[in-house]
Design a protein around this ligand. Structure first.
Ligand code: GLN
Length: 308
C-alpha cells in the first residue's frame, strides 16, 4: 500500500532543502518577484482524497498550463477541424520559437507551444469577443476545480501586454499565412489573460481530474474518453517543449509546464498532480517541479511505462 501522504510530505521537505533551484523567469516582470524558495505539491486521487504539502494553497501564475484548458475549449468549439490549423508533433524548439513557422506555412507544430496556443485563442474568438472568451475560460477552470475563488492576475496580464513582443511577432507572422483571423491585439489580449490565470497546486490538481478519469469529473462528462486520452498524449509528447522527451524519460507521465514554475501531471485512472517551484531549467520548465515528480513516480511506480 502506497503511503502517498507521507511521500508528498517527504518530497516537500527534500525540495525545501534543495540548493540548485533553477532561475525564476524575469522576461514577464511580475513573475520575477516570486521567491524561488516556494514549493508546493498537491495530489488528487481518483477517489477524491487530496494529499498536499508545502505551498500547495498559494496561487501562482499557471502560464502555459492554461494551454491544456484552451485546447479543451477549442476542441469543444470546432472539434477535429482544429487539426487543420495546428499540428500534433513535438517541436523540439523553445516555447516561443518562430523558426518552424516559415517552412510550415504558419501552422504551429502543436497546441502547447506559444504559436499553437495563440491559434487556439483565435479559434475561440471565432464565436466570441475577448471578454467572453476570457469569461468562458474562467468559468471552465472554476467548474473543473469546483472553486469559484480562481481569478486572473491583471498585473501579470498587463506585464505580458507590455513585454510580449515575441508573441506579437508569432501572431502577426501566422496572420500573414492566414492562420490568424481575428485582429492580432484581440487574440493576444485573450492569450495573455489565459496565461495570467492564478491557481494553487490544489486548484490545478482538481482541475486536472477530467484527464485522470476518462473525461469525467464527479460523474459528469467534460470531454469524451477518447478526447481525454488524446489530450494526455499531447501532454506527454509536447507538454515540455524541447524538454518533452526528457520529461517522458524521467517522469513518464503526461505533463504540462508553465514559466510560472507549475506543472500539471496526470496518472490516468489514479491521480491528478500539480507541483510548483518557480525556478526554471534552461528550457523554461520548473527545475524542482520536475525533480519532485521524478521522485514521486520512483516512489509510487506511477509512470505510465511501468506495469501496475
Ligand atoms: N505567457 C508566457 C509567454 O507567452 C507563457 C510561456 C510559458 O509558460 N512557457 O511567453
Amino acid at each position: 500500500m502506497i503511503d502517498i501522504e507521507n511521500i508528498v510530505t517527504e518530497i516537500a521537505e527534500e525540495m525545501r532543502a534543495h540548493k540548485d533551484r533553477g532561475t525564476v523567469a524575469s522576461y514577464i516582470p511580475p513573475l520575477a518577484c516570486v521567491p524561488d524558495s516556494k514549493f508546493g505539491v498537491a495530489v488528487v486521487m481518483a477517489d477524491g482524497t487530496i494529499h498536499s504539502a508545502g505551498d500547495a494553497d498559494e496561487a501562482f501564475s499557471i502560464q502555459s498550463i492554461s494551454k491544456v484548458f484552451a485546447l479543451t475549449l477549442a476542441l469543444g468549439a470546432v472539434g477535429d477541424q482544429l487539426w487543420n490549423r495546428v499540428g500534433r508533433e513535438p517541436s523540439g524548439t523553445p516555447f516561443n520559437s518562430i523558426v518552424q513557422l516559415e517552412t510550415e506555412h504558419g501552422i504551429p507544430r502543436n497546441p502547447f507551444i506559444n504559436a499553437g496556443a495563440i491559434v487556439l485563442c483565435d479559434v475561440l474568438l471565432g464565436r466570441h469577443q475577448p471578454r467572453e472568451a476570457i469569461g468562458q475560460m474562467l468559468r471552465f477552470v472554476r467548474t473543473l476545480s469546483g472553486d469559484d475563488a480562481i481569478a486572473i492576475d491583471e498585473t501579470v496580464a498587463g506585464g505580458e501586454q507590455d513585454t510580449g513582443f515575441r508573441n506579437r511577432a508569432l501572431a502577426n507572422y501566422m496572420r500573414a499565412f492566414g492562420n490568424i483571423h481575428a485582429p492580432v491585439e484581440r487574440v493576444l489580449g485573450t492569450y495573455f489573460h489565459f496565461c495570467a490565470l492564478a491557481m494553487s497546486c490544489r486548484q490545478l490538481a482538481l482541475a486536472g481530474r477530467f484527464l485522470m478519469d476518462g473525461g469525467r469529473v464527479d460523474g459528469h462528462s467534460i470531454v469524451t474518453a477518447s478526447r481525454a486520452r488524446r489530450i494526455n498524449a499531447l501532454m506527454m509528447s509536447c507538454g515540455h517543449y524541447d524538454n518533452s522527451g526528457d520529461f517522458a524519460f524521467r517522469v513518464g507521465l503526461p505533463g504540462k509546464s508553465g514559466v510560472g514554475g507549475g506543472i500539471l501531471s496526470v496518472v490516468p485512472g489514479v491521480a491528478s498532480i500539480a507541483v510548483w517551484s518557480p525556478g526554471l531549467n534552461p528550457s523554461g520548465n520548473s527545475q524542482l517541479g520536475t525533480l519532485a515528480l521524478e521522485r514521486l513516480v520512483q516512489r509510487t511506480g506511477w509512470s505510465v511505462f511501468e506495469p501496475r
